[in-house]
Design a protein around this ligand. Structure first.
Ligand code: OAD
Length: 233
């Protein structure tokens, strides 16, 4: 801990589970109820845009009814109090890190509360539904889509993420199954660049093997304890 200065935190659906948002791959998760090909690919959107808009409209509405949990709050405290480098890279499309007060956050898979115009390529904060094809506030085209990254599309801000991984002394992965690349590969990238690696997750997974240390438990308990430890160091 004495040498610790730059930290990269990767979060996944598990950090928001205790706020009441479904994960993807746990029993009863989103990918048991919906086909990835239908709701999370550009081809699915082309085939049936209304189905896809309804899926994200429902999630956009739901996310505004939940609150950050102690894990989000602990990371926000780390963001406020940690004077070294920090980047919270989230795969989550909810805004719970920000609502807890964190600002050094990158949404690599996009954001539910944002709409993307494929015509003018602008992004707009969006809290309502998109199913009725509202106009883009910039170019007035009626083509707004959810500003989420689908399979086959390029995640956001990869240059910034890899720059932070190269500088990291510690890489911490929280509540992600490590099933989706490129995020699943960050642990190996961070190790190669010389960082220590820690996993905080409900259960061990195939990816746990790559971490120097892996702790099992609920994010709402493990994350506040880890943040206390870092801020004391
Ligand atoms: P997953 O659903 O694949 O994994 C969630 C992980 O969180 C699992 O390993 C659970 O064991 C763990 N978990 C569940 N509850 C937890 C809790 N209370 N505390 C700690 N851990 C808990 O979700 P992600 O790994 O985030 O991408 O999925 C990655 C990407 O796959 C998503 O961003 C999404 C999805 O397809 C796209 O849609 C592009």
């Amino acid at each position: 801990m004495a040498e610790l200065r730059n930290i990269v935190v990767l979060t996944g659906a598990g950090i928001s589970a205790e706020s009441g948002i479904d994960t993807f791959r746990d029993a009863g998760g989103l990918w048991e109820k919906h086909r990835v090909e239908d709701v999370a690919t550009p081809q699915g959107y082309e085939r049936d845009p209304a189905l896809v808009q309804r899926f994200y409209d429902a999630r956009r509405e739901a996310v505004q009814k939940v609150s950050p949990n102690p894990a989000h709050e602990a990371l926000a405290r780390l963001d406020r109090e940690w004077e070294g480098g920090l980047l919270i890279v989230t795969q989550n499309v909810d805004d719970l890190h920000e609502r807890a007060g964190a600002s050094r956050v990158v949404h690599m898979h996009g954001e539910l509360l944002s709409a993307l115009c494929p015509i003018c390529e602008r992004r707009h904060r969006w809290t309502g539904p998109l199913i009725e094809r509202p106009e883009c506030p910039s170019c007035e085209a009626r083509s707004l889509r959810p500003d989420v990254v689908w399979f086959g599309e390029m995640p956001y801000q990869m240059d910034r993420i890899y720059a932070a991984l190269r500088r990291a002394d510690l890489f911490v992965s929280i509540g992600t199954s490590g099933a989706v690349y490129p995020a699943a590969g960050f642990v190996r990238d961070a190790r190669e660049y010389g960082a220590r690696t820690l996993e905080l997750n409900l259960e061990r997974g195939e990816g746990s093997y790559w971490f120097d240390e892996s702790q099992q438990g609920r994010a709402g308990e493990l994350v506040p304890a880890w943040v206390d430890e870092v801020l004391r160091s």
